[in-house]
Write a protein that binds this ligand. Structure first.
Ligand SMILES: [Zn+2]
Length: 98
């Protein structure tokens, strides 16, 4: 919730929003997207700009919004890993025992 810095009235909807994408990823390889907004106070008419939210998008598709972390499941990890087929030739073992 954003409040007017002049009269403390709550402004629910921004007039306009846009995103600022950080050109460099952070230490974890995540790109930071800052959502900015223009707000206009319905009470006193004051107009200002402020940060609405921050998103962090990781290299494997995980998205962090503010302090809440949402993990997107990667399709790759859901793929079945096929079990190794170990073929044993019984005749080899039998020959060794003899
Ligand atoms: Zn105001």
């Amino acid at each position: 919730m954003v409040k007017c810095p002049q009269c403390d009235t709550e402004v629910k909807q921004p007039e306009k929003t846009w995103q600022l994408i950080s050109p460099l990823p952070d230490a974890e390889g995540r790109v930071t997207i800052t959502v900015m907004g223009t707000f206009k106070c319905p009470n006193c008419g004051y107009r200002w700009r402020t940060k609405v939210s921050t998103l962090k998008v990781g290299p494997s598709g995980e998205v962090e919004i503010g302090s809440k972390r949402k993990r997107k499941r990667r399709k790759a990890s859901e793929e079945k890993v096929e079990g190794k087929v170990i073929e044993v030739d019984i005749s080899d073992i039998l020959e060794e025992e003899l």
